[in-house]
Write a protein that binds this ligand. Structure first.
Ligand code: B12
Ligand code: SF4
Length: 461
């Protein structure tokens, strides 16, 4: 059997992001670092023959390579490419015969020229075929993935389970890589989602962060998932489009949704039309009003730096969003990503001029904005982050909404089940430990006997 190792980039400051501290720049800071690689955990759960490393130290990676591998694969994001190239060079020097690259940062010339094979999309079957089988399209299994929120002095506060239930998105916003990269949309097996939720529940986990890009895009699938979340008494976070949230607000609230996030992007309809985000400002306002319910901690994502907006228009836009009163706002700088419509139009009209790939992380201006300079944009982002959010507000609103509101409603058991239990169990939870389930029956089929499963034709959204 072939020896296959897949890895993320090696770990160094700023490689793994703190989901909470990223947006709050003042003291005292809370944090939630995601140390798992959802992509590699999914591949390993479904193709157990491979070995994976998640954000290893450079030394550990080098030691591992020396064990001798037939194929070494890298999970690449754009802003990690310089480090990935360093790792590829080392693997070549150690005589690795075949090098692969996958994930959103892989299909670019810098990587294509350095490796033997670039895989786009979900990659399950390309990887399974190494071992002579394919995975049945409706049998993609969910792995275990957790992360932990720490509060002041890094005290462990709660661990949450990560859930990712459907690949791809039916919309086509022109700045977004998702519809370009994942062409074949499909859902994760419900049975395996039930299994992982049961596992989280047994571990004392009562909070779930759903990483789906557009939660609820397939009504039937999501109805089942929200029922499962309610069955295990989970409090959950999900991000979606405003009209999907509006259509499901009451039902999902009853089923435990407490941290909904929407991509507002811009508070200007002309700009929204320009980026093909078909969304009405009136709906965002309606959502801001209707979703203000006990226990709800809502977040909104926005983008600064659209070419049609100058400094003052950007600030005005930010204040229009702030006025809606979401509990946390997250702003990023408009960054063209390869393969998207926006990449082409910005390259042609203005020029993408940043040679340092580390900066393609939505925190830097990598192209020539017509009226705002690179330094000025950075300063604007920092100012807006502190305008939007403060640690005190985060603690006050976070604890107030998630804890006090429930206790006020007479749910004293909430304190026992969702606070005490969470603090205790998070201190026994190791996010970096890899846990996998045995594959379910009917999970795979020999490669020769089926059609290769692209495009997925079962569970098509
Ligand atoms: C959840 C998420 C996060 C989470 C968790 C990230 C993490 N550490 O895992 C949080 C909120 C922390 C986050 C933060 C950021 N994110 Co983010 N995030 C996502 C999101 C929405 C889903 C990723 C995910 O979990 N997918 C589920 C897994 C199962 O799928 P997958 O990762 O694609 O892996 C599959 C395939 O790609 C493939 N594959 C993966 N690796 C490999 C390797 C090999 C060898 C092979 C063959 C195949 C393969 O197989 C996997 C199974 O099918 C994506 C958008 C998207 N559509 O993917 C953006 C995305 C990954 N994020 C992005 C960015 C820019 C960021 C930030 C820099 C933004 C910021 N300014 O804060 C930070 C930094 C991230 C970091 N350093 O950790 C970009 C990356 C762009 C790029 N081209 O590199 C994306 C693609 C969104 C976008 N286009 O803007 N993010
Ligand atoms: S921004 Fe959201 S809704 Fe638009 S294409 Fe991307 S994932 Fe889909």
């Amino acid at each position: 059997m072939k020896k296959v190792l897949f890895t993320t980039v090696y770990n160094k400051p700023n490689v793994v992001t703190d989901m909470v501290a990223e947006h709050v720049k003042t003291f005292p800071r809370a944090g939630a670092v995601v140390r798992v690689s959802p992509g590699l955990r999914f591949l390993k759960q479904n193709v157990p023959e491979i070995e994976i490393m998640e954000y290893p130290s450079l030394e550990d990676f080098k030691e591992k390579i020396k064990e001798g591998w037939d194929i070494v694969g890298f999970s690449v994001y754009l802003y990690q490419i310089p480090e990935i190239l360093e790792m590829i060079q080392y693997a070549r020097e150690q005589g690795v015969k075949e090098i692969w690259a996958g994930n959103y940062g892989a299909p670019v010339p810098a990587i294509e020229n350095a490796v033997d094979r670039v895989i786009t999309g979900s990659a399950f079957n390309e990887v399974a075929e190494i071992f002579g089988y394919t995975i049945l399209p409706d049998r993609i299994e969910h792995p275990v993935m957790t992360a932990t929120v720490t509060a002041i002095w890094k005290i462990r506060f709660l661990s949450f389970g990560i859930l990712y239930t459907s690949f791809g998105c039916p919309y086509k916003c022109n700045f977004c890589q998702t519809p370009v990269f994942i062409k074949d949309r499909f859902t994760v097996s419900l049975e395996s989602i039930d299994r992982v939720l049961q596992y989280y529940h047994q571990k004392g986990i009562r909070y779930i962060a759903i990483f789906d890009e557009t939660f609820g895009a397939n009504a039937a699938h999501y109805d089942e998932i929200t029922k499962l979340l309610a069955k295990y008494g989970m409090i959950w976070a999900a991000q979606s489009r405003v009209e999907i949230f509006l259509a499901n607000l009451d039902k999902w609230y009853e089923r435990g949704m407490r941290l909904p996030g929407i991509g507002v992007e811009f508070m200007d309809e002309a700009v929204l039309r320009d980026v093909n985000k078909k969304q009405k400002i009136a709906n965002i306002k309606k959502w801001a009003e209707l979703s203000r319910k006990p226990g709800m901690f809502r977040y909104a994502f926005s983008i600064i730096g659209h070419p049609n907006m100058n400094r003052q228009q950007t600030i005005d836009d930010a204040y229009r969003l702030k006025a809606l009163g979401f509990e946390i706002n997250r702003a990023s700088i408009l960054t063209p990503f390869p393969g998207t419509g926006q990449w082409k139009s910005i390259e042609q009209e203005f020029g993408i001029d940043e040679p340092d790939l580390h900066k393609y992380d939505s925190r830097n201006l990598v192209w020539k904005h017509p009226t705002i300079g690179k330094e000025e944009m950075l300063e604007l982002l920092q100012t807006l982050k502190t305008t939007y959010n403060s640690s005190i507000k985060l603690y006050r609103e976070g604890l107030g909404r998630l804890v006090y509101d429930e206790i006020k409603r007479g749910k004293w058991w909430f304190f026992r089940n969702y606070i005490l239990r969470s603090i205790i169990s998070s201190n026994f939870n190791n996010d970096t430990e890899q846990v996998y389930f045995p594959n379910m029956e009917g999970h795979k089929t020999p490669a020769m006997t089926t059609n290769i499963i692209t495009p997925y034709n079962v569970h098509h959204l």
